[in-house]
Write a new protein. Structure first.
Length: 115
């Protein structure tokens, strides 16, 4: 059973930056996408960003384009999310995922942006 573990969440002021990281617990094969969703209190989980196996394709939600950057290191089985120019609306629990035989999810990491 693959486990995904996120880290890097925390409290930051508006305009600040955070870097989230997600690591898989074991070798997970090849040619699978990874990405991030988030869920704010009282709202549904929403897509944030995704990246292909090669890293050649990255997709972003309109709300984070130009501020967030997703990257991955296949040798380390990790995917990162660099978040800049953070806004209070970015406050949420952030979940990473990996599309293997099915979609695996991490346990989530809290990001809080104060105004």
């Amino acid at each position: 059973q693959v486990q995904l573990v996120e880290s890097g969440g925390g409290l930051v002021q508006a305009g600040g930056s955070l870097r989230l990281s997600c690591a898989a617990s074991e070798r997970t094969g090849t040619n699978y996408a990874m990405g991030w969703f988030r869920q704010a209190p009282g709202k549904e989980r929403e897509f944030v960003a995704a990246i292909s196996w090669s890293g050649g394709r990255a997709d972003y939600a309109d709300s984070v384009k130009g501020r967030f950057t997703i990257s991955r290191d296949n040798a380390k089985n990790t995917v990162d999310l660099q978040m800049n120019s953070l806004k209070p609306d970015d406050t949420a629990v952030y979940y990473c995922y990996a599309d293997l035989s099915r979609r695996y999810w991490g346990q989530g990491t809290q990001v809080t942006v104060s105004s």
